[in-house]
Design a protein around this ligand. Sequence first.
Ligand code: G3P
Length: 222
Amino acid sequence: LKTPVVILNFKTYLESSGKKALDLAKALESAGEESGIAMVAVPQAIDVYRIKNKTNIPVLAQHIDAISAGGHTGSNLFESFLASGVDGTLLNHSECRMTLADIAEIVKKTKEAELISCVCTNNIETSMAAATLAPDYVAVEPPELIGTGIPVSQAEPEVVEGSVSKVKAINKDVKVLCGAGISTGDDMAAAIELGAEGVLLASGIIKAESPKDALLDLVSKI
Ligand code: G3P
């Protein structure tokens, strides 16, 4: 993916589920085309196939379980996402935390399948731990700012800067994103200024009156 990148986590908002997930993905697609910035959708599992079929944007899963095929009712199987055409996955989001061993297992599977992996972290220390697994992206999000509209790039810049410098010292190929409370052009510009190579965000765009306009505003100052 081109840098900087905008990764939109659809979470489980009604505004980003089912038919509306497709509308939102199309808004991402057209904002991406207009701005020339890479925009990625992270819908719920059930909406992945629908979006892959009807758009040309990269799609990541929100979570994949470290299980093998067989008796695991209710789980998210890596091979099924692969078959749905997914481009990669988020892992260890603060709303869906995993053990380090399970993260390592799925990062390995994504590498073997040449898919994108983005490991979410909650502070500088976990960003360092994630970096040792060599995912494509580490996305640091202080949990207390998620969904608040208070941007991490302005409220806790040291967490972003610290994650960038520590992650790069471990593996310079791992790209660092930041998230939590990001919604405006100023928020994203501040994130880039701190060394982030993109943002991971949700509510500021999903809840906007026009998600496409909000996306264009987001990338207007970089
Ligand atoms: O995964 C992105 C997320 O946790 C940030 O959420 O709503 O603060 O943009 P939000």
